[in-house]
Design a protein around this ligand. Structure first.
Ligand SMILES: Cc1cc2nc3c(=O)[nH]c(=O)nc-3n(C[C@H](O)[C@H](O)[C@H](O)COP(=O)(O)OP(=O)(O)OC[C@H]3O[C@@H](n4cnc5c(N)ncnc54)[C@H](O)[C@@H]3O)c2cc1C
Length: 394
């Protein structure tokens, strides 16, 4: 990773999720040593996969992390979409090589823990402070302060709140706003690649090959499978289905393989057989989001990632947007090193319109997926073409 000399601006990041780590990594490349305060006592990521679009992959390239990404991620060869009830072919598009030449970045899939580690490895030792739950922030005379449950207080020139979809800092700054339950519940599971069906559809008319991503689309939801691991050794399953209620207080709750299978009763047998490989230790997520908001900054504190723009996973862009946010934040600060206020304004003016449009298109795509028959996917090339690193020279 290319780095410039150390700069003095004091930066605190609350939350060591994908957004917080991406921001710290991008800042370090520009010579800023941010300190991250994370409430968890150990750094862990949920056992599930993640898709990275060409737009986020461009950020890895700009940070000098493309080789690490390629060593830990898969690049699916194609995306094949199947009909829910008989696995007949709905659409098939090439991905490997094509997305790179078309959009300037590959389409990659990987385990979340690997993504975490790639960013983590770029940071200075001692820059992540675990077991530190932030309870409040404030700004006074151009200095920000964060307070923690243990009674300690840390001052900074800027605080980035990357504390996720249920951000306490967002609530403190802008007031309580209910999350919107999107009408979607999802399961995530990882199974050995050997479980992947290779011939399916009427009279075995569809052949799948290892290394491709494939999904079933039906009137109540979608199941998407893709390879993860540097050698594509595992298959990640994301199963999203329509639901009117999410009764639980928490957004993730233990489930069972039986409950997962029941949600897809009547879908093609091949899919049910694949789902039956999901381990007993199965979790489901209620999918929530919020309307776009047009102010993320108060004083010297700003929001980043899900804290700023929680997004439905239908376009698989939530983490991608958090990674872009981190890069743009560092770029804006490097461009206005003497004027933190201007840097924050530059960050917002670049990020607000784009993240808001992605939030809204993710909702629309979810609604479209439930139509019978579903219309063609909404064009997402504007998301992939975008390159937050293009005008990065300072
Ligand atoms: C089922 C599902 C599938 C998804 N698939 C994809 C995908 O394929 N591609 C994609 O781009 N996105 C995907 N997403 C979205 C993606 O997971 C999120 O957008 C992303 O994880 C947001 O990162 P973040 O860093 O903003 O928040 P988080 O990852 O939630 O991190 C927030 C961190 O802040 C910490 N924290 C919280 N409060 C405090 C506090 N008060 N003090 C200190 N620390 C605190 C938390 O412990 C956590 O470590 C998916 C989401 C879901 C639910």
């Amino acid at each position: 990773m290319h780095r410039s000399g150390t700069r003095n601006t004091r930066i605190i990041i609350i939350g060591a999720g994908i957004g917080g780590l991406a921001a710290a990594s991008a800042l370090r490349q520009r010579g800023y040593e941010a300190h991250i305060y994370e409430r968890a006592s150990a750094l862990t990521e949920v056992g599930a996969g993640l898709q990275l679009g060409p737009n986020a992959v461009k950020v890895f390239k700009a940070l000098g992390l493309e080789a690490s990404l390629r060593a830990n991620a898969s690049e699916p060869t194609k995306l094949t979409v199947l009909n829910w009830n008989d696995s007949s072919l709905w659409s098939r598009e090439p991905l490997k090589g094509v997305t790179n030449s078309k959009y300037g970045g590959s389409y990659m899939t990987m385990h979340r823990a690997d993504l975490h580690r790639i960013f983590h490895d770029t940071l200075a030792e001692g820059s992540i402070h675990l077991g530190m739950q932030c309870v409040s922030v404030s700004t006074s005379n151009g200095t920000a302060a964060a307070r923690f449950t243990d009674g300690s207080e840390v001052e900074a020139d800027i605080i980035i709140a990357a504390d996720g979809i249920r951000s306490a800092i967002r609530q403190q700054l802008f007031g309580a706003e209910e999350l919107r339950f999107s009408g979607m519940v999802s399961w995530r599971a990882i199974v050995p690649m050997e479980c992947m069906p290779l011939r399916l559809g009427p009279q075995g008319s569809v052949q799948l090959e290892r290394g491709e991503a494939f999904s079933w689309l039906g009137p109540t939801g979608r199941v998407l499978c893709y390879p993860i691991g540097g050698k594509g050794e595992s298959l990640n399953i994301f199963a999203g289905t329509q639901s009117n209620v999410w009764a639980d207080e928490s957004w993730t709750t233990p489930s069972t393989r039986e409950e997962l299978l029941a949600a897809y009763a009547g879908w093609d047998e091949v899919l049910l057989e694949l789902l039956s490989n999901a381990g007993e230790n199965c979790f489901k997520w209620g999918i929530f989001d919020r309307d776009p908001r047009f102010e993320w900054t108060k004083g010297r504190v700003t929001l980043l990632g899900d804290a700023a723009h929680p997004t439905m996973p239908t376009l698989a862009q939530g983490a991608n947007m958090a990674i872009e946010d981190g890069y743009v934040f560092a770029k804006s600060l490097a461009r206005h090193p003497e004027d933190v206020g201007l840097a924050l304004t530059a960050y917002l003016s670049e990020r607000l319109p784009r993240t808001g449009m992605v939030q809204m298109q993710s909702r629309k795509q979810f609604a479209n997926n439930l139509k019978v028959p579903p219309p063609p996917f909404i064009d997402r090339s504007w998301i992939y073409y975008h390159d937050v690193t293009r005008d990065a020279a300072v």
